[in-house]
Write a new protein. Structure first.
Length: 56
């Protein structure tokens, strides 16, 4: 899959370390985890999942 769009996210040092550990444990890239998380959220939204709560 070829990507043409980029998203930049600022993480705390703790979040970045946890993400790096998760990526290493799962043997995937940090970018893969980010894409997976975003796609999962978008899919839930399209299905009208009322359980999505974001701190606004």
């Amino acid at each position: 899959m070829s990507s043409k769009n980029r998203v930049t996210v600022n993480l705390s040092d703790e979040e970045a370390a946890q993400l790096a550990e998760l990526a290493e444990r799962l043997k995937v890239s940090k970018a893969w985890i980010g894409r997976h998380a975003i796609c999962s959220l978008l899919e839930r939204d399209q299905k009208g999942d009322q359980q999505i709560s974001l701190p606004f």
